[in-house]
Design a binder for this molecule. Structure first.
Ligand code: FRU
Length: 614
């Protein structure tokens, strides 16, 4: 049925309802009773699994109180459609079969009359259904091999832990729309970090507020009183103020009991995103908490995850102080090739990215269980270091309890500058590819974090569509085809010896003239990524951008690994010693890859393009 004919149905229903009943429009099994210009009661009379809520992404939020047998079950907000339905989100009715379910809705639109409010697209299109097609129609930009929610909005990864062969990934989730709202912990699980099973929402907004970012740890000794090996979550309850709350799971993170004496930490100023870990050396729990507006991290200790003692703060005046400090992490890593280990303190900041918006900075130093002491560089300063030099890598934190001494992280692949506006609809945002962290000493003598794609990703390789052992690049572009049958979704590997050139270019193009240009500047030891003409860029003035990473080599040689998905490119250099993660929205998939030397010749070896299994 077309939009217009749907509208006509609405009008005829309206005429009928004005004459004979208080109801605007009764879809099968749903009574819609418009009570005022912006207040409507929806009563479920049918027996279906879902109420499908019509959403208009550009409208403002309606407030929805859900009453079950007369009691308030929950309140949530959704951009219910006013003039047209962009997509539906499902409200799960299955737990309430046989009960009286009523939605008390206050819409944001100032309609002039009840008659007019009955014409709102949400009342015309509202319906019950037994199934909801989670495989939405947005295949154009929906990633083929990155983690995304099935539908709805996602931001930060949360509470990740590994247990019994499974990688658990929670995330900031809005199940009722594609913009930030109703923060809950969505939940996915994987046995290979690539294929994700989507599980029901693990922690929903509750009495103290919505559920912001946090962490999980396995409480081996049962110190919190929830039994040995309980999975304990600490998260920020965001109500009028921000407080830290505890929840516990005895079914490996599928469902959580909210601790009955929450909150476990309160402060007089904004603090969030608690990240805790068991400190083997001190035999205590540690927690690092972002003191957001004070641009510092607070470090606590606890014997039982419930009583926390503030030990120190870190960061005043250090690193980038441009934005709020959020989503911390703290862990120890060995330094490659040297017999020492160092602590890494991750501090996500927004804004403050060298290219605008959100980014992940980190500090290297020592930690004695109470205090983090940062290393200084040769000039005695605490340097600002970045985990990734793209624009779309934020809220990066690690899995706890990783196997094989791994320190595996994942980041949110977006940027608060435009995350709510990217040109997708039924879902918004993906996570980066998971990465394993290592420490290395750079050519300047300083210690850095390398983040390399996890080894599991090689299992995604299928056909080898380009396989060149050795080729010399000159000033003319050498053009190679990307796997067309696969929409150009691929992994590209190449080693470049550019000592005899000034620069080396890699370009991705399509027939519509969209292009991405990556340039290795040999003299300046840097690599740039230009997405100013990459396709759809005009949804935000902050989107068209050139990002630049230091390559940290001193010999004109780099090994590159590029992962191309439908709407992202991740470039890893020298096994993760420099990384750039950038979103792109090509109008049609990129179909060619070209290489070119600038100001001389470059030797390229082991040049491979693998199409990726979907
Ligand atoms: C970071 C952040 C966190 C907060 C969450 C809310 O992106 O602002 O500090 O917990 O998002 O969704």
């Amino acid at each position: 049925m077309t939009k217009l004919s749907t509208g006509l149905v609405a009008i005829s229903m309206l005429v009928a309802s004005v004459a004979y009943s208080p109801f605007a429009h009764s879809a099968e099994g749903v009574e819609i009773n418009c009570l005022g210009v912006n207040n409507t009661l929806v009563r479920i009379t049918g027996n279906a699994n879902y109420l499908l809520l019509p959403i208009q992404d550009s409208n403002d939020d309606a407030r929805i109180n859900v009453l079950v047998d007369g009691k308030l079950e929950e309140t949530f907000f959704a951009r219910l459609a006013k003039s047209r339905t962009d997509f539906f989100v499902p409200y799960d009715l299955s737990p309430y079969k046989g009960k009286n379910v009523v939605f008390d809705v206050v819409t944001p639109q100032g309609r002039a009359s009840v008659r007019e409010s009955k014409e709102d697209a949400c009342w015309v299109d509202l319906k019950l259904a037994d199934t909801f097609d989670f495989a939405d129609a947005e295949s154009k930009y929906r990633p083929a091999y990155h983690h995304t929610p099935l539908y709805g909005w996602m931001n930060d990864p949360n509470g990740m832990f590994y247990k019994d062969g499974k990688w658990h990934l929670y995330y900031q989730y809005n199940p009722y729309g594609s913009k930030w709202q109703n923060m809950s912990w969505g939940h996915s699980v994987s046995s290979d970090l690539i294929h994700w099973e989507h599980l029901p929402v693990a922690i929903k907004p509750n009495g103290l507020g919505t559920v912001f970012s946090g962490s999980c740890a396995i409480d081996r000794q049962g110190s919190a009183g929830y039994g040995e090996n309980a999975v304990i979550a600490l998260y920020t309850s965001a109500g009028t103020s921000q407080m830290q709350s505890l929840a516990a799971s005895n079914d490996n993170g599928t469902t959580f009991k909210i601790h009955n004496a929450n909150p476990v930490i309160t402060l007089e100023s904004e603090a969030r995103d608690p990240n805790m870990f068991w400190n083997e050396k001190t035999g205590e729990w540690n927690l690092i908490l972002a003191h957001a507006l004070d641009h510092e991290m607070l470090i606590f200790t606890s014997p039982d995850l419930k009583q926390w003692t503030l030990q120190s703060s870190f960061g005043k005046g250090l690193g980038s102080q441009d934005g709020v400090w959020e989503c911390p992490d703290l862990f120890e890593l060995p330094l490659e090739g040297e017999n020492i280990s160092k602590w890494v303190l991750i501090c996500n900041i927004n804004p403050g990215c060298p290219f605008g918006g959100s980014a992940a900075q980190y500090f290297i130093g020592d930690f004695d269980g109470k205090k983090f002491t940062p290393d200084t560089d040769a000039s005695g300063n605490v340097p600002t270091k970045w985990l990734d030099y793209g624009k779309d890598h934020y809220a990066t934190v690690s899995w706890s309890n990783c196997p094989d001494n791994r320190r595996t992280v994942i980041g949110w692949m977006s940027n608060w500058q435009y995350a709510n506006e990217v040109p997708t609809m039924q879902y918004r945002s993906a996570n980066t590819l998971p990465r394993d962290l290592k420490l290395f000493r750079g050519a300047d003598g300083d210690i850095y974090v390398a983040s390399a794609p996890v080894p599991e990703l090689t299992a995604l390789r299928s056909t080898l569509s380009v396989n060149v052992k050795k080729v010399t690049a000159n000033s003319k572009k050498s053009v190679y085809k990307l796997p067309a049958a696969n929409d150009g979704i691929c992994e590209i590997l190449l080693n470049v010896d550019a000592r005899k050139a000034q620069a080396f270019n890699i370009e991705l193009d399509n027939k519509n003239g969209d292009k991405v240009v990556m340039t290795y500047d040999v003299k300046n030891h840097s690599m740039s990524f230009d997405r100013t003409k990459s396709g759809k860029v005009d949804f935000s003035t902050h989107f068209p951008a050139v990002t630049i990473a230091p390559t940290r080599e001193n010999n004109g040689n780099i090994a590159l690994r590029l992962f191309i998905d439908r709407s992202s490119i991740e470039l890893f250099g020298n096994d993760g010693q420099f990384v750039m993660t950038n979103l792109v929205f090509p109008t049609i998939p990129y179909s060619t890859l070209s290489i070119q030397a600038v100001g001389g010749k470059a030797k390229v070896s082991d040049f491979k393009v693998f199409s990726i299994k979907q």
